[in-house]
Every structure is written in C-alpha cells, then in structure tokens.
Design a protein. Structure first.
Length: 141
C-alpha cells in the first residue's frame, strides 16, 4: 500500500458533457433564407385567416338573409282564429287546415309565370286534416 496522498478529482470543463457546443453564427445568406421562410409562413397564416373570416361573414349573411326571408313570408301569411280557445288540453284534437289561392293583384307577367289564367277568384287549393291524439305526442295528417 503506497501513500500517494489525497486523490485529486480530474478537472471538470466549464460545459457539462451533455451540453452541445455552441453553433457557429449564421451566414448572411442563411439569415436571409430564414427571413424569407418566416415571411412565407406569416403570409400563409394571413391568407388562412382571411379565408376563414370571409367564410364566416358569408355564413352570417346567408343566415341573416334566410331568417329575414322566413320572417317576411311568415308575416305575409293570413291567419284567422279557428275558435279553439275553449278546446281542452286533454283528449284528441282534429284540425282542418285550408289553403286558399288569391289571384287578385297579379301582374300579367306573374299570371303567365304561374299559369293561373286571367280569372280573379279565391280558390281553395289545399285541404289538410291534422289529427292530434290524446297524448298530444305526435300528429298525423
């Protein structure tokens, strides 16, 4: 057994062994290529955002137009009281739905397009009987 004195640890380098060495600075050409690639990515993102915004706006306009059109049509329908205010909420119910064809006020072009002729009349063109069973869960027509 020799006494060589206290053992000294091997000198450690400033960087741990798992760390990678620092990369060399980029050349001017490489920096330019990186900027071009970043610009392309940004342009692609702006394009996708613009397309998404246009599609969203189109959906909004079409939805608003459809809602307005259905509201207009619903407001133009003539409604009459069928006298069912005293109808009990239980038991079966039969409802007669009648549609009428009023031709007054049509222009000659509209008459030609609709093939209704020149007669001015109020015609019943559809009748529908709706039966609601006692459970009021479904209806049949």
């Amino acid at each position: 057994m020799t006494d060589a004195g206290p053992r000294r640890a091997a000198p450690q380098s400033a960087q741990p062994q798992s760390a990678q060495p620092r990369a060399a600075p980029l050349s001017a050409q490489q920096r330019l290529l990186n900027q071009i690639a970043a610009g392309r990515r940004a342009r692609k993102q702006r394009t996708l955002l613009t397309v998404a915004a246009a599609v969203s706006a189109l959906v909004l306009v079409v939805s608003a137009g459809a809602w307005g059109f259905t509201s207009y049509i619903a407001g133009r329908l003539g409604r009459i009281s069928a006298g069912t205010t005293g109808t009990p909420s239980s038991g079966p119910l039969n409802i007669l739905v009648a549609g009428i064809d009023i031709r007054a006020g049509l222009t000659p072009r509209q008459e030609a397009l609709l093939h209704v002729g020149h007669d001015i009349s109020d015609n019943s063109d559809s009748l529908m009987l709706v039966h609601v069973p006692a459970s009021h869960a479904t209806s049949r027509w």
